[in-house]
Design a protein around this ligand. Structure first.
Ligand code: PXG
Length: 445
């Protein structure tokens, strides 16, 4: 970064922008700005290189500023900047949908495009309700989420989500017919699990009880993240997702996997559904769909769900839902280039091949001061720290700040430090991430 950039940044007025999920006043007092990126690294406003340990925010799976994606966006912007998807469309979203279903689990073969993970979740919940209604089972309205689930910030997403602070200020205005499964995190039983924990499949049986309680005739769908990300990387116990699937099948309830972070090779396969060999009825995805380059999300559904809507006169609109930017040409062009790049560079296979190295590296942090748990799956890893009494999250946040000063970007949530690097990472860079974490954690208060 040149002196001119620094001058521009010095003149930047930070006040008008209300930042998302950020301690605005604390940040503005000591800002951290990223001004450029390439492959595995960011450049900061003070000219330092930062190794990106979290793929932007679980998004940049092919690494930053990749040439084929840049060119596809440029080409599309210069050819067709925008076309509505309402009663018209442009070619790119059709091609993107076709490419997406090629890597989706068999049977999930129709795609609804949106602009974010939150929109994907709310869209999936609406499709689930509409599906039952279209089949004459309109009483099925109860949606079941899970404690510690994160499904974005729409009213639907925070309702099925299981994060107290995200719901607190809006309590009383959430969706009315919602219930929650217990989360699966238990340090007494599962601390330091490598991959899926052995204990906890039976926690899925709570679904049976919830469905009984509400009566199956009233229950529409269950939504879970296959691996919960935002609330600290909670890997599903062995057999747990299979049990959820079986219980849903027994009661005619739809199963939605929110794969906004687990999609696109993060677990070593295109989707976690394949990694865990459990096929949901709907998948929500976003983030790495365009390698983070243009906002886009998608809901992928089973043929039977799409077909259930395709009734009545052909001139009727089957689903009263959509966004101005559903299937935006720039996003679709970025998605096409991204999916091609994942295939050409075999990045999902690369993730599967690198996962054992990440596992071994991160588990070397067991026994370091403050560390109460290390867990991992695919190219996701997490280190949970003992909290400082009375100051929840403070120790992990301090680790984030110190890592950043030492040239490494990690993500912290509560007491957990998460790693989810781009799938192009080299094994030496994995060691650099973990070695930096080790040094930082050892010096934490
Ligand atoms: N579902 C899941 C599983 C997510 O992880 C969303 C939905 C919402 O996506 P949008 O595009 O609306 O943000 C997400 C988003 C973190 C973190 O700290 C993760 C997300 C967002 C912000 C922070 O891990 N994931």
């Amino acid at each position: 970064m040149g002196a001119r950039d620094q001058e521009l940044l010095a003149a930047l007025n930070l006040e008008p922008l209300w930042m998302p999920f950020t301690a605005n006043r604390q940040f503005k007092a000591a800002p951290r700005l990223l001004v450029a990126a390439r492959d595995m690294h960011y450049t900061t406003h003070d000219g330092r290189r930062i190794l990106d340990g979290i793929a932007g925010l679980w998004a940049v799976n092919a690494g930053h500023c990749r040439q084929p994606i840049i060119e596809a966006i440029h080409r599309q912007a210069a050819t067709l900047d925008y076309a509505t998807g309402f009663q018209m469309h442009s070619p790119a979203p059709f091609l993107a949908a076709e490419k997406l279903i090629r890597i989706a689990p068999p049977g999930l073969d129709h795609v609804f495009f949106v602009n974010s993970g939150s929109e994907a979740v709310d869209t999936a919940l609406k499709i689930a309700l509409g599906y039952h209604r279209a089949r004459g089972e309109g009483s099925r309205r109860v949606l079941i989420g899970r404690e510690r689930g994160y499904h974005g910030v729409g009213f639907g997403g925070i309702s099925v989500g299981g994060i107290g602070p995200n719901r607190k200020a809006f309590n009383g205005q959430l969706l009315p017919a919602v219930d929650h499964l217990p989360h699966t995190h238990d340090l007494e039983k599962n601390a330091h699990s490598r991959g899926q924990p052995e204990w906890g499949a039976h926690l899925a049986d709570a679904l049976e009880r919830l469905i009984e309680l509400h009566d199956p005739s009233n229950v529409a769908a269950v939504i879970v993240e296959p691996v919960a990300g935002s609330t600290g990387v909670l890997v599903p116990p062995k057999g747990y997702l299979q049990r959820l699937r079986r219980i849903c099948d027994e009661h005619g309830v739809l199963l939605i996997f929110d794969e906004v972070i687990t999609g696109f090779g993060r677990t070593g396969r295109p989707f976690a559904a394949e990694t865990f060999a459990v096929t949901p009825d709907l998948i929500t995805c976003a983030k790495a769909l365009t390698n983070g380059a243009v906002p886009m999300g998608a809901v992928i559904v089973r043929k039977e769900i799409y077909d259930a809507f395709m009734q009545g006169p052909e001139s009727s609109i089957e689903l009263y839902h959509g966004h101005t930017y559903s299937g935006h040409p720039l996003a679709a062009a970025a998605a096409i280039a991204t999916l091609d790049l994942y295939r050409q560079e075999a990045l999902f296979e690369r993730a599967a091949a690198l996962a054992p190295h990440l596992e071994q590296a991160v588990h070397s942090l067991e026994g370091v001061a403050h560390v109460v748990d290390v867990r991992n799956l695919g190219m996701i890893a997490a280190v949970e720290l003992e909290p400082i009494r009375g100051r929840p999250g403070a120790r992990a946040f301090e680790a984030f700040l110190r890592c950043y000063r030492k040239g490494v970007l990690v993500r912290t949530t509560g007491e957990t430090i998460a790693l989810a690097p781009s799938l192009i990472i080299e094994s030496g860079q994995i060691d650099e991430l973990v070695d930096t974490l080790r040094e930082v954690i050892a010096t934490l208060p």
